[in-house]
Design a protein around this ligand. Structure first.
Ligand SMILES: [Zn+2]
Length: 168
């Protein structure tokens, strides 16, 4: 479940995972703006928290910082937006239902924008813990860190009001 992150000025900044949003709230860096009434988060101790839908940073992030690609949090939703929901192996047009680590985790590959791509189940299962070179496969495009604008393409209709205000 993705969460819309607003700047202190209420401008949309990024789409982040709910875990990232909760971390920002619990560490006092962001406040809850709207919640998802259909869900609730329960801690190990049984404390209930509202499920975040839109959160707002308490301190302004500069426009320069906003454009910094390293500021885009890695998430499955953002990866899906970057790769267009499709398997990234050349000439494959299947849906990218799984995330492949180009350098497999078992061989030290990290979960990052540069090491992860969407793959269809068949390609992912066939590749297993090997590399693209070992398979003789190539990708449609080099995996890069997406821009903030691209990630915002994964926005949900109920967030439209925030974008209208900001003129985005
Ligand atoms: Zn495929």
């Amino acid at each position: 479940m993705s969460v819309l992150l607003l700047n202190a000025s209420y401008e949309p900044l990024a789409v982040v995972s709910w875990k990232r949003a909760m971390t920002l709230i619990l560490t006092g860096r962001a406040e809850l703006v709207t919640q998802d009434d259909d869900r609730v988060l329960r801690s190990a101790g049984g404390t209930e928290f509202p499920f975040p839908d839109v959160v707002r940073l308490l301190r302004m992030v500069s426009f320069a910082g906003m454009r910094d690609p390293s500021g885009v949090a890695f998430s499955k939703a953002a990866l899906r937006a970057r790769d267009g929901g499709r398997c990234q192996v050349s000439d494959c047009d299947e849906r990218g239902d799984t995330i492949d680590h180009l350098v497999p985790s078992s061989r030290g590959g990290d979960t990052s924008w540069h090491n992860c791509v969407l793959m269809c189940r068949v390609h992912n299962a066939t590749k297993d813990d090997r590399t693209l070179d070992e398979m003789g496969w190539s990708l449609k495009q080099r995996p890069t860190v997406p821009s903030g604008r691209l990630v915002l393409a994964s926005r949900r209709p109920e967030w439209d009001a925030w974008f209208a205000t900001a003129g985005v």
